[in-house]
Write a protein that binds this ligand. Sequence first.
Ligand SMILES: *Cc1c(COP(=O)(O)O)cnc(C)c1O
Length: 375
Amino acid sequence: MEIHPKITPIYQTSVFKFEDLDGIAQYFDEPGSRYMYSRNGNPNSDELAEAVNRLEGGQGAIATGSGMAAILAAILAYCEAGDHVLCAADIYGGSAALLNQELNRLGISVSYVPFEKLYDLKLHLQPRTRLLLAETMSNPLLRVVDLRTLAEECHQHNVKLVIDNTFATPLLTRPIAYGADITLHSVTKYLAGHSDVTAGVVVAAEPETAARLRQIGMTLGLTLSPMESWLAVRGLKTLRLRVREHSANALAIAEMLDRHPVVQAVNYPGLPSHAEHQLAIAQGGTQFGGMLSFRLPDDEKQVNQFMRRTQRFPFAPSLAGVDSSLSHPLSTSHRALTLEQQQRLGITVGLVRLSVGIELKEELLIDLEQALGQA
Ligand SMILES: *Cc1c(COP(=O)(O)O)cnc(C)c1O
């Protein structure tokens, strides 16, 4: 009986069989012709990597066990002991922890560049600066980076540009098209999209970089399991539909919050009042994603009251699932920053971040209005 599944089955196997010595010779002589060991390659993780590679317009990709593993692989693709990394000051807390706590003690040093200084790196460069890490849209203030200008500035100084594209997704922005050397994702977020998978992916603009990433993934064991890959591939099939709904809902909510008397400020690239609104349009088109943050008065009681009253935005410190959630940067993602860093970024008690899901827009609006109205 021949079996022709429409969907790639889950190859839940750690190893593959060879009929004889010719079989193993073929594995080594013709790369990509067959599989040997799932840490080195598996049909499900390859399907995920290839799908994201296509969306991002890359020249090769690897799937990783988490977004953090993706960031590690990207940095190691370019850096060794003695090298120096530049990092946007507005960066995911885990990325800063990786650089400060782990890579630093392995001899890879880091300097943080304030958002306003990103396009003039001269003062921050060192003789062995190899790369700059930044996010297309920053967390939690949703600042938008001008990728083309940043890529030009980096390349002028022989520095590689690594972009964490998790918040934007390739449906809004494809960093490689603007000159990024690597773009990467926490697949845990929009790409898988259902808050049920932890995964990552790294996409390279050059085939040689992709080969290096594959080597790093294998040797360090950063690769993703078949089941998680399969779930992520399934999620990815609806990315286009989800991003459309996330974006439409988030825009409606941002506009409502913007008018609300209790709300002091709203950070959403889709609002004309956002500092990089025009850039967001130029780089992202007419959709702006599902992430936003807003400012309540800096009063813990008032923030707690809002959190307790909302029914549709549970406090869950992650993002980008089909179900809405909220987070509180000061007490979660940005907890480890110094008080001075927190103040400089405007991360105070009153700042609330929403991950807007794909539920019925009217229900989300009604829920937020009742939660705020009595705040
Ligand atoms: C969540 C996240 C990460 C880390 O990804 P994990 O899958 O949790 O390891 C990295 N960058 C950004 C922007 C994220 O939101």
